[in-house]
Write a protein that binds this ligand. Structure first.
Ligand SMILES: Cc1cc2nc3c(=O)[nH]c(=O)nc-3n(C[C@H](O)[C@H](O)[C@H](O)COP(=O)(O)OP(=O)(O)OC[C@H]3O[C@@H](n4cnc5c(N)ncnc54)[C@H](O)[C@@H]3O)c2cc1C
Length: 245
């Protein structure tokens, strides 16, 4: 349960507070506040640190960690697929509070937005007690220990290339059972990511779908999800390589 609320005015002050093992970053609070039992004793609110906003130089996009999902939906400079995935993440009440940094921090196993950030090869900027660091999102999802005592300050991604996504769910607005998104990079090769086929959003190889070992649940067995991922991946590759994305 949260016992102390801190609202630091500088990044250094926030990092000093996070040196306490009972402290955790508070961003939009949509995930953190929902878990009363697991909540930290000290919540370190980042809202005064100026970490929101989106900038682009035409080929790369930098998204501040405190940018809300709704701000990303509204960002006309951002790739349309990323805006769509941010929109699909949650209803508007949640999107207006939840942040891009918090989406990475909570690392929901089926997050379509996380999959989208992976697709654009996102790099995550971290402020740590020993200085700043940059880590690929893919590596951070593999080993989230880098987040302990650290603050995500921004995410940078390369925005080039045609994209497409497809999914199957119980209803159109339900979380997909499996979602596959693809991007045709400058070398002409389609790169794919998926949700619902592993314990986190992953990069997949359309030629090695048999290697996937999806987790089963009441919405679909492992075999069903593997088959679904193959069908969706074929569809996306055909759309991208056929120029119909
Ligand atoms: C009704 C509802 C529906 C939801 N649907 C989805 C969904 O479909 N997909 C999905 O992925 N999530 C979903 N969520 C979960 C949650 O809303 C999102 O993961 C959200 O993006 C979290 O962002 P936040 O800013 O609110 O994070 P917070 O709740 O403030 O923080 C979440 C975690 O990230 C850490 N954190 C936050 N910001 C940073 C930072 N800058 N640096 C380091 N660590 C940080 C926090 O310490 C905490 O551990 C849903 C939640 C609700 C209530």
């Amino acid at each position: 349960m949260i016992q102390t609320y801190a609202r630091p005015a500088t990044l250094q002050e926030a990092l000093d507070l996070l040196a306490d093992p009972h402290a955790a970053v508070l961003a939009g609070g949509t995930d953190l506040n929902g878990d009363a039992a697991g909540a930290p004793k000290i919540a370190v609110d980042l809202q005064d640190l100026g970490l929101s906003g989106i900038d682009t130089d035409g080929s790369t996009l930098r998204i501040g960690a405190m940018t809300t999902l709704q701000d990303l939906v509204d960002a006309t400079d951002a790739p349309s697929l990323l805006r769509e995935l941010a929109h699909r993440e949650a209803p508007s009440t949640i999107r207006n509070a939840a942040t891009v940094g918090g989406t990475i921090g909570s690392s929901d196993p089926e997050s379509e937005l996380l999959a989208g950030l992976l697709l654009f090869d996102a790099a995550v900027a971290l402020a740590t007690a020993t200085g700043s660091a940059e880590v690929r999102l893919d590596d951070l999802l593999d080993d989230p220990t880098a987040l302990v005592g650290s603050i995500i300050t921004s995410v940078t991604l390369s925005t080039s290339g045609a994209t497409a996504a497809d999914r199957t769910g119980r209803t159109p607005m339900d979380r997909p059972i499996v979602m596959v998104a693809g991007r045709l990079a400058s070398d002409g090769i389609a790169r794919l990511v998926a949700t619902g086929v592993a314990s986190r959003p992953v990069v997949i190889d359309p030629n090695r779908m048999d290697d996937l070992e999806p987790p089963a649940d009441f919405r679909g067995s492992s075999e069903y999800r593997r088959h679904l991922a193959g069908v969706l991946a074929d569809r996306i590759v055909e759309r991208l390589e056929g120029g119909r994305a």
